[in-house]
Ligand binder design. Structure first.
Ligand SMILES: Cc1cc2nc3c(=O)[nH]c(=O)nc-3n(C[C@H](O)[C@H](O)[C@H](O)COP(=O)(O)O)c2cc1C
Length: 196
């Protein structure tokens, strides 16, 4: 069996949202800085979403480290009503490279909620399908590092992007390489035809 666990939980923020024109909440920014400082040495990765006063966090890593962090999280006065939504063993982490990816509240979350007949982000009322869809969205969003890109597997400092580790960039460069290979094969085929 794999020794990597995934824990997804919801909680309610205890702080009042600031009127910052849709930017990242200062308290959330502080949480991300702490996470990005601590998680790499614990072998933890994951993603955090904050919307409508609720947190939705997905943590992945060794079960003991997840337990230790969760105990700490339960004592953190910046949120309350922590509720584990899912805990399971997974084959491998799907957030490799992200000590804590931040996914800002965005239209695709609103679209997902609307598809499920919800008008606000209330993870306590998520059914299994919506929970799975939300975790998938956290994985897929490639713009998750708009605050402090700090991939877990490097000692990169906050604010310093490491493009080689960003999934979207990796996907794009693979696509470009495949296109070049296809072009080369087509060129060889044309030359072979002309020489016949
Ligand atoms: C919603 C939420 C998510 C958090 N996520 C993490 C996390 O992933 N890793 C972490 O180390 N601390 C996280 N924290 C902060 C911890 O509760 C705790 O304050 C921190 O680990 C203490 O770190 P320090 O001793 O380095 O200051 C989170 C706090 C909140 C409110």
């Amino acid at each position: 069996m794999s020794d990597i666990q995934q824990l997804v939980y919801a909680s309610r923020a205890t702080f009042q949202p600031t009127d910052n024109g849709g930017g990242v909440e200062p308290e959330v920014a502080r949480i991300l800085m702490q996470s990005r400082r601590n998680n790499p040495r614990r072998g933890l990765v994951g993603a955090l979403y904050y919307g409508d006063g609720c947190f939705f966090q997905c943590l992945e890593g060794p079960p003991g480290e997840i337990d230790t962090l969760y105990q700490q999280l339960m004592k953190d006065p910046r949120h309350r009503d922590l509720t584990v939504l899912r805990r399971q063993f997974i084959g491998a982490t799907s957030f490799a490279g992200w000590s804590m990816k931040y996914v800002p509240a965005a239209t695709d979350v609103q679209t997902l909620l609307a598809l499920h007949g919800k008008d606000r982000f209330d993870p306590y009322r998520f059914d299994d399908e919506l929970l799975e869809a939300m975790v998938t969205l956290l994985h897929r969003r490639s713009d998750g590092d708009d605050l402090n890109p700090m991939p877990a597997t490097t000692g990169a400092r906050p604010g310093k992007p490491v493009p080689a580790l960003q999934p979207a960039v990796r996907r794009r460069s693979l696509g470009t390489r495949l296109a070049w290979v296809a072009l080369a094969v087509a060129a060889v085929a044309v030359v072979a035809l002309l020489l016949r």
